[in-house]
Design a protein around this ligand. Structure first.
Ligand code: ZN
Length: 504
């Protein structure tokens, strides 16, 4: 790649008003070092909702679900032990966008929000006004969180963008068109969370549309969101996203929160029934706190999910190709991740669960840097709170002292075997009170501890060796008593500290 020439400096200086040009050049020096780029790099976060790393072939899954992620990974840094800080959309998304753990930002509940005093601690604000900051969410819960950051977001795309409402109505429901469009405009383009109260009306209208528009391309129905009743085709969605991005002028920061592969799974014709094989994953004992789904329900759910993931993977491949073709990737970081995982084992078919086993919290993180040619693999544990400080460092911004994440290894971060990371499930607690009922997972080196409190008469702990027992089959809590005691003390101490802040 070319070095930094005088011509590049002039080009860079031209991007900023003269009064700030020099200081800006100085403050972006590490950007230049990292990327060999002549301008601030663009950043695209593509978040796939409820995507567990455990069902992706790029992470070694038995079924070939993600050949395009594998292709993308060949020119990227791949994180193999990346956990979300939360186990459903609200805490998981809030931690990614604030660099804070759920017990700090307090978006703990269904419908929860980031504590008002902490709202300014968000990636949109911190990345700076030099960036055009854009958000798009197909998930209403993520939209609630994003609406808290609206002062720091330059453009919010309505959730129906790239959907097919207009197309369907135009062709099939001409008589209903104007009334429906008015309703749609009111609900989806007003950007007011309160519009969710119209959901039942929307749902009735959509169910009529869906019933008469089962597409041949999607034998199980069109992809849809369960909260916003938005129908979309994944090819339209990704074509729309790539042409949108290709029209943006640099530097931009986009956060795309995509609903797929969250349930309901709607694989395309190409992948429908593709994994109707005889493969059976390892059988795990039913957990006492699970919903006790039968093995056959779990097996069917897993297969359908895998087929939906493969559908998503194909369209993501087309998205990447479109950005390659336009040359956009030469100055763009692309971050592929999720807000939490999904599980089909131990009697549980969900992520909205007190269980924090690996499928629920182990999410993909694959980062492709501008012009990156080779693959790098990082195996040490990382957490979604690490994305914010890493991004800030990449674009030359200071990392605030309050941030609970660290720089990711591979992007100036060090591998620290003593570091502990956390996932906090506490949806049954009041948001602003000590956590008395919940589950906390703590990862330290190769060990993972899970702590259950408030569900049963006695608290419970589990300890797993994630290097040698990734399936979490052998609880070492009693046999590895030294490790267990030291991790337990640290976990309880951290929880105590977080709880103390809520007693003032
Ligand atoms: Zn989610």
């Amino acid at each position: 790649m070319p070095g930094f020439s005088r011509r590049d400096l002039l080009k860079l200086a031209a991007l900023f008003p003269p009064a700030v040009a020099l200081s800006k050049v100085i403050s972006t020096q590490n950007v230049l070092t990292n990327t060999q780029s002549t301008t601030l790099p663009n950043v695209i976060i593509v978040l796939f909702d409820a995507m567990t790393a455990r069902n992706l072939s790029v992470y070694g899954y038995h079924r070939k679900t993600t050949p395009n992620f594998e292709r993308f990974a060949e020119q990227a840094t791949v994180y193999h032990s990346h956990n979300s800080a939360g186990n459903f959309t609200i805490p998981g998304t809030s931690s990614l966008l604030t660099g804070l753990y759920p017990w700090t930002h307090r978006a703990l509940n269904d419908g929860g929000l980031v504590e008002r005093d902490l709202v300014g601690r968000n990636i949109f604000k911190l990345i700076g006004k030099e960036y055009k900051r854009i958000a798009f969410s197909q998930n209403i819960w993520a939209d609630f969180i994003l609406s808290q950051f609206r002062e720091d977001i330059d453009l919010t795309l309505p959730p129906s963008t790239f959907g097919i409402t207009d197309h369907i109505i135009g062709d099939k429901f001409k008589d209903m068109s104007s009334a429906y469009r008015a309703l749609d405009d009111f609900i989806f383009k007003s950007s007011t969370p309160g519009s969710i109260i119209f959901n039942p009306i929307e749902k009735v209208l959509y169910s009529r549309i869906v019933a008469q528009n089962l597409s041949d391309d999607y034998p199980k129905g069109l992809p849809q969101n369960i909260n916003y009743p938005i129908l979309y085709r994944l090819d339209d969605l990704f074509n729309g996203l790539s042409s949108f991005v290709n029209r943006l002028s640099p530097p931009f920061f986009t956060y795309f929160h995509l609903f797929s592969p969250h349930a309901p799974a709607k694989p395309s014709k190409e992948f429908n029934e593709k994994f109707n094989d005889n493969w059976h994953p390892i059988n795990k004992p039913v957990h006492r706190l699970s919903d006790h789904y039968s093995n056959s329900i779990l097996r069917d759910g897993r297969r359908l999910y895998d087929e939906y993931v493969a559908t998503v993977d194909k369209e993501f491949g087309n998205f990447i190709d479109a950005l390659d073709k336009s040359g956009m990737r030469k100055n763009t970081y692309i971050i592929l991740t999720s807000d939490h995982g999904e599980m089909f084992e131990r009697g549980e078919k969900n992520h909205h669960t007190p269980l924090l086993y690996d499928p629920v919290i182990h999410i993909p993180l694959i980062i492709s840097a501008p012009g990156q040619q080779n693959r790098t693999d990082i195996f040490s544990p990382t957490n979604s709170v690490d994305v914010l400080p890493t991004l800030l460092n990449l674009v030359g911004q200071e990392i605030p002292a309050w941030c609970e994440g660290q720089l990711l290894p591979g992007f100036s971060g060090k591998i620290d075997a003593e570091r502990s990371t956390f996932t906090v499930e506490a949806k049954l607690n009041p948001a602003f009170a000590p956590i008395k009922k919940g589950t906390i997972a703590m990862r330290k080196g190769k060990y993972k501890m899970i702590y259950y409190t408030g569900y049963e008469k006695e608290d419970a702990f589990e300890l797993f060796d994630m290097e040698n027992d990734l399936e979490e089959m052998t609880n070492l809590y009693s046999s590895q008593s030294q490790v267990a005691a030291s991790m337990r003390d640290e976990l309880l101490e951290r929880l105590h500290k977080a709880n103390m802040k809520q007693t003032k």
